[in-house]
Structures are given as structure tokens and as C-alpha cells.
Write a protein that binds this ligand. Structure first.
Ligand SMILES: NC(=O)c1ccc[n+]([C@@H]2O[C@H](COP(=O)([O-])OP(=O)(O)OC[C@H]3O[C@@H](n4cnc5c(N)ncnc54)[C@H](O)[C@@H]3O)[C@@H](O)[C@H]2O)c1
Length: 283
């Protein structure tokens, strides 16, 4: 195993999933967040996630206890001084990402690669605020991370070919395939998906159809497993809104203007599954 100890920064929906995927494949994880409450919730998510993984993957044997013990939960960034690789999953807000990269760039060993898990933020922009732009690569994981076999890997302007190779070896160690794409905000998946979700929110706002009917059309007509609004609730409506805002600012194109209903729901605390309510209720 090449990556024995991995730093995972941000312990929300994605960070918990990345930490679980690493731990169940034998990696030691330092999971960092700013909030002890979030870390405690992440621990629960990992425990439930391991159960769910075993339920759906009966052929794979996972030692749940050993996997749980491989993750250290901490608010102390200094614990990242010895890790071999970092996956960053903090909130999709540039000032937050900016502050985090400033910290990890000084704490982590100079040889360590930083994988940016973002929905839409430019990898080139992230690389540009570090002293290691050739070692910064986009790694857009899918949600829920342990269940999804595919990752979008994004090559920033200065990302070195060796870093792309490192990213591929890292993903192979956690049993993920990848597609490598060039760096433009939203990459491939979210440039399409975020527009679809935003337009689906406009449909609800304009009272063209109820959320369940919007989703039913995608599921029954196009054989999608989930409709756009269920998908939005799974991702988190706050993350959707921030991603659309990043696309709007990045392209200066009005087609990415965020739907006012989406803004209103986020302001009201309806963040989707993680808050118990979004377009649908999970309580
Ligand atoms: N949710 C998805 O389906 C999805 C899919 C792919 C990529 N992403 C991207 O992954 C990233 C994380 O998304 P998420 O859904 O997990 O968001 P989230 O809101 O669930 O979690 C973000 C976490 O970052 C933490 N955080 C904030 N500031 C921090 C700091 N300075 N140091 C450490 N932790 C800090 C927060 O406390 C929170 O726990 C975002 O960039 C998002 O766009 C999300």
C-alpha cells in the first residue's frame, strides 16, 4: 500500500464518505473538521455507512471494527504533518477553501499531493494559492462515496503528469475508477447536472409541476434512477446553491443564475437529506 496515512479535511457528507472508503480499504485516516459536533456526526455516518456497504455488497468482507479504528477524528490541523496524501472536502465557498489550502500547504510535507473535492471550483485557481500547483489535482467524488465506483479527476493548468498518475494509483487503492478531464468550472458532471437541478427548481417555483412529478418524469421517461430534485436533496441544497453561484461567477453567464426558490429554501434551513427536509421530507 503506497498511501498508508491519508488526511481528509472536512468531515461533512463527502468527507465522511471519503474517510469510510479509505478506512475500509485498509488506510489510516486523519479526519479534520473545525467542529467537534460535525466529527461526532461523521463517526456515526461512517458506522452506518459501513453497515449499508456490507448490506449492498455481500461478496466483500469488511472488518467494521478495524475500519472504525483506522480513523482519527480531530480539529487539530497539525495532525496532517505526517500524512502521505490529502483529500480536501470543505464547504463549497472560495474563502473557506482558500484559508484551508493556506494552512495545509505549510503543515503537510512538500511531496504530498492535494486532491480537491469540489463541485465547481477551478482546480487551477486552487493550485495558484499553494506553493505546489503541480501537485494539486481535482478529485470529484460522487455521493455516497463508498457506493459510487467512478471519480472525475481534473487536471489543473499546472497539474503535473506524475500527479495524475499518483491520483490514479490512489483511487485504485480505494477501488475506484476514474475519468480524467480538463479544468473548467463544473468540469463535465456538474456543468450539466447543476443546470438541470437549477432548472428543475424553477419548474417547482413556477408551479409547472410538484417535485414528485418533476422527478417521476425523469425516472419513468428517461429511466434515471433518481430524479433531479431527489438528487439535489442527496447532494445538499446548500452545496447546490454554492456550486451554481460558483458557475455563475466563473462563466459570467446568466444561464447559471441561481433559482430564487433554491436560495429561499437554503435560507430557511432546508438543506435536503442532511437537514431532514429539502424538496422532500426525510423526518
Ligand atoms: N454533497 C455532494 O454530493 C458533493 C459531491 C461531490 C463534491 N462535493 C464537494 O465536496 C465538498 C464538501 O461538500 P459536502 O457536501 O461534504 O459539504 P458539507 O457541508 O456536508 O461539509 C463541509 C464540511 O466542511 C467543514 N469545514 C468548513 N470549514 C472548514 C475548515 N476551515 N476546516 C475543516 N473543515 C471545515 C464543515 O464543518 C463541514 O463539516 C464541497 O466542495 C462540495 O462542492 C459535494
Amino acid at each position: 500500500m503506497e498511501f498508508k496515512s491519508v488526511g481528509v479535511v472536512g468531515a461533512g457528507v463527502m468527507g465522511a464518505g471519503v474517510a469510510q472508503s479509505l478506512a475500509q480499504t485498509g488506510h489510516h485516516v486523519v479526519l479534520v473538521d473545525i467542529s467537534d459536533d460535525v466529527l461526532a456526526k461523521a463517526k456515526k455516518e461512517v458506522r452506518n455507512g459501513l453497515r449499508a456497504f456490507s448490506l449492498f455488497n455481500k461478496k466483500e468482507t469488511i472488518d467494521h471494527k478495524a475500519s472504525m479504528e483506522r480513523i482519527s477524528y480531530t480539529t487539530d490541523y497539525e495532525r496532517l504533518a505526517d500524512v502521505d496524501f490529502v483529500v480536501e472536502n470543505v464547504t463549497e465557498k472560495w474563502p473557506i477553501k482558500q484559508e484551508v489550502y493556506g494552512r495545509i500547504d505549510t503543515i503537510c510535507r512538500p511531496d504530498v499531493v492535494f486532491a480537491v473535492n469540489t463541485s465547481a471550483i477551478s482546480i487551477t485557481k486552487v493550485g495558484g494559492i499553494t506553493k505546489r500547483a503541480p501537485q494539486v489535482v481535482g478529485m470529484h467524488f460522487m455521493n455516497p462515496v463508498p457506493m459510487k465506483p467512478m471519480v472525475e479527476v481534473i487536471r489543473g493548468f499546472h497539474t503535473a503528469p506524475e500527479t495524475i498518475d499518483t491520483a490514479k494509483r490512489f483511487l485504485a487503492e480505494i477501488n475506484k475508477q476514474c475519468v480524467v478531464v480538463e479544468d473548467m468550472p463544473g468540469f463535465v458532471s456538474n456543468r450539466v447536472l447543476m443546470l438541470t437541478i437549477n432548472e428543475a427548481a424553477f419548474l417547482v417555483q413556477d408551479k409547472v409541476a410538484a417535485p414528485a412529478d418533476v422527478d417521476r418524469i425523469f425516472k419513468t421517461c428517461f429511466e434515471h434512477r433518481m430524479g433531479p430534485l431527489e438528487t439535489a436533496d442527496l447532494i445538499g441544497l446548500d452545496t447546490i446553491l454554492y456550486s451554481i453561484e460558483v458557475l455563475y461567477e466563473s462563466y459570467n453567464d446568466s444561464k447559471y443564475r441561481p433559482c430564487p426558490l433554491l436560495k429561499k429554501m437554503v435560507d430557511a434551513g432546508l438543506h435536503g437529506r442532511k437537514s431532514g427536509r429539502g424538496f422532500f421530507s426525510y423526518e
